[in-house]
Design a protein around this ligand. Structure first.
Ligand SMILES: Nc1ncnc2c1ncn2[C@@H]1O[C@H](COP(=O)(O)OP(=O)(O)OP(=O)(O)O)[C@@H](O)[C@H]1O
Ligand SMILES: [Mg+2]
Length: 501
């Protein structure tokens, strides 16, 4: 499926015709050329995936076309066709970048073998282009934890990995959903095939469709060449649809079709392309609720929710915290070259009693900061974690732990800026602490405290959401979702209902 358009460059009419017809019978789009100059014209005009090129041509050498193609952003693969007498020159050509060669006369079966190899190679190239464009930061990560919840999760991952079933991973932000999806992939029979991720929340609405399904040249302004979508890149492998709740209704319906029929058309294209892809989706929203609110298609939800996996929040498995914290401590100590002496007992207690709204990502951030700030070989004390619950009933949100550790002078000013954003310069006392008790003496709910904390942090960062989310250890998307929820609940309170009117 990856190879579509082919040039047959051959001056001997009989061979050219035979090969062309053979390829057309296999549904490839074939253009013919009998000279180097004609082949170059074709290469200029369109994006081809493969060229069968004769070596000796009336106006030159097949290798000239090979060189010419290398000037293109995505050069086609070139297979040279040569007579036995010039095998050596074909080998030279291979060194010059030819993909393969056929010795004349060749059989149809040999062409088949070459096509199969070219198809696999072509996909590999595309996947590599995708990876080097920053698609995936590949680092081996193990799902750490001894709690029953994590053990059950690991069992489920192993069971599900063996199947081809679509998986929907739900859980709060930072709980490890992406890690779970990678673990499923690595334990699956498709582990040697591509793992392609699409962050649905990060792609602008108008580009989502072309990212998913690809586009043909000229499909829209800026579509200067044909491009495969992520589903095509994932062919034979696995696709991760990260933050699936964020896609628009139009794309939802197109996605439904791929999930039902494993078929798609590129944007601006008419040809139906079949894909063999295992789908894993993640979301930090309650998708069933999104369905109820008519924000997410029910049929798509059912298609995705074949095997649901819930990743529990960190506060529900506090026994995992010491292992996670120690592992992260060692990792960051190595990364930053800051040998630390471990956590003090009080620190471990503080870590285990914190509610971790940003889950494991927040824990990572807290540990990384503490490692950087701690003295060489020293124990990490609670004040470096910035999680202290003060006896006055106030949750203390440290704005500048440096001030308390007298290490300020040791850190360069630039690091000070990035690690400890301007909050301490701007925050008023009310913006940097949240009272657990309300004015009337009632204890605040966790949700209410979280809301107040978010608003206080926003205020401290001059409403800058990026800095706020970073400081809170949550994604911008999560912050936006939370603010939307608060807005929705305020709106519904303002709208009189039958009960209170
Ligand atoms: N059980 C775990 N053991 C070790 N590291 C973990 C574990 N769970 C999560 N992490 C780490 O925590 C960080 C956040 O995990 P991940 O990105 O998978 O979360 P997520 O649920 O996808 O978050 P979001 O909803 O914000 O996208 C990653 O660096 C990941 O490696
Ligand atoms: Mg994620």
């Amino acid at each position: 499926m990856a190879i579509e358009k082919i040039i047959v460059l051959e001056d001997e009419a009989v061979i050219r015709k035979h090969l062309t017809e053979l390829l057309q019978r296999k549904n490839f789009l074939v253009a013919q050329a009998d000279s180097v100059s004609k082949a170059k014209q074709l290469v200029d005009k369109d994006d081809f995936d493969l060229i069968f090129a004769d070596v000796r041509l009336p106006d030159g050498h097949g290798t000239e076309v090979l060189e010419y193609c290398q000037l293109k952003a995505t050069p086609p693969l070139v297979a040279l066709m040569t007579a036995y007498a010039s095998v050596e020159s074909a080998v030279e050509c291979m060194k010059g970048g030819a993909f393969d060669y056929l010795i004349k006369p060749f059989s149809d079966d040999q062409v088949d073998v070459l096509l199969k190899k070219a198809g696999e190679f072509h996909q590999l190239l595309k996947v590599n282009q995708h990876l080097s464009a920053g698609g995936v930061a590949e680092e081996e990560h193990q799902l750490l934890g001894n709690s029953p919840a994590i053990q059950q999760l690991n069992d489920l991952i192993r069971k599900v990995a063996r199947t081809q079933a679509t998986v929907l991973i739900q859980g709060e932000s930072g709980t490890g959903k992406e890690l779970v999806s990678r673990s499923i992939y690595k334990n699956s029979t498709r582990s040697k095939q591509p793992f392609i991720t699409v962050n649905c929340a990060a792609i602008p609405d108008n580009l989502v469709e072309s990212e998913f399904f690809g586009h043909e040249k000229g499909a829209f302004t800026g579509a200067v060449s044909r491009r495969e979508g992520r589903f095509e890149l994932a062919h034979g492998g696995t696709i991760l649809l990260d933050e699936i709740s964020e896609i628009s209704p139009v794309v939802q319906s197109k996605l439904l079709r791929v999930l039902q029929e494993r078929e798609l058309e590129r944007v601006g294209g008419t040809r139906t392309i079949s894909v063999d892809v295992r789908v894993i989706a993640t979301t930090n929203r309650d998708l069933a609720q999104s369905v109820e609110r008519k924000e997410f298609r029910q049929d798509l939800f059912f298609r995705l929710n074949v095997v649901p996996i819930h990743v529990p929040p960190l506060r529900e498995r506090p026994t995992d915290i010491p292992l996670l914290a120690e592992t992260f401590m060692r990792r960051y100590a190595k990364k930053h070259g800051c040998p630390v002496g471990g956590f003090s007992k009080a620190s471990l207690e503080a870590l285990q009693s914190h509610s971790w709204p940003g889950n494991i990502r927040e824990l990572q951030n807290v540990v990384e900061r503490a490692v950087i700030l701690s003295g060489e070989g020293a124990l990490i004390d609670p004040d470096l974690l910035g999680l202290t619950v003060m006896s006055s009933g106030k949750i203390y949100i440290p704005t500048n732990p440096l001030a308390q550790t007298s290490q300020e002078a040791e850190l360069p000013a630039t690091q000070l800026k990035t690690e400890m954003p301007e909050v301490h310069e701007q925050a008023s006392p009310s913006a940097s602490s949240v009272s657990v008790a309300q004015g009337d003496g009632d204890i605040l709910t966790l949700g209410e405290m979280e809301k107040r904390h978010i608003f206080a942090t926003l205020e401290a960062f001059d409403q800058n959401r990026t800095k706020t989310a970073k400081h809170l250890g949550i994604s911008i998307r999560t912050l936006r979702n939370k603010l939307n929820e608060y807005k929705a609940s305020t709106d519904s309170q303002e709208t009189p209902t039958e009960d209170n009117s």
